[in-house]
Design a protein around this ligand. Sequence first.
Ligand code: SAH
Length: 241
Amino acid sequence: MPINDIRIVLVEPNHPGNIGAVARAMKTMALSDLALVRPVDFPSHLADRRSMGAKDLLDKARVFESLEEAIGDCRLVIGSSARERSFPHSILEPRECAAQLVGEAADGEPAALIFGPERTGLANRELDQCTFQVRIPANEAFSSLNLGAAVQLLCYEIFMASRTPEEALASIPKEKPSLQIEMEHFYDHLERALDARGYLEGEMREVTLSKLRRLFNRGRPHSGELKLLHTMLKMIHNESE
Ligand code: SAH
């Protein structure tokens, strides 16, 4: 199975050395699509040096201003985090994560695996843009791997999944789930409609929006279903005017 369509996204990497280490980790596992969101220091000699023979990946790495732009063309987005969140998200094991990515990413259908900044990890609002979360099981008292090591381990699982028979992989849903950018438009509309009805007032606003995002992310609506939801929202919105 080809794995060129699996994109590794680093959100705000602080140390250029880690970006180089990630490029090397990816190349050893036959991955090549690297996206960087607001890297603190890039391009950088330090990144080039740490990448060893993988400078070609750094040369063609794309830099984005926002996570939304880096994953807008994906239907499947998996966020990696060592932490369990206070409300449930669908948490995958590395092997399941790899089977899902390899099963769904195909010609011209990119899928993304996201990594957070070294110090803070992915924020809730970033995980809210993901279909699933992946956690690498580790020492409960010390579960945070170095960024390069986390990328290496998950890319290894992707490489191994690419060598397994197709039947063992997750299959692409019959009706393609919507693109991430279409989901963002829907969440915009949802927020506006709920605001118009005064539903999002008070301190629970962010938590409520986050719960709704996770609910719809889990449902993976296809474009026909999103259209239905947009129509419902329009009606709710108009009633309040
Ligand atoms: N201090 C941060 C960890 C940052 S490590 C925190 O507590 O969240 C940098 C990145 O590596 C993380 O954002 C995550 O994407 C990945 N990572 C590290 N350990 C991981 C683990 N056990 N499971 C999944 N991802 C992990």
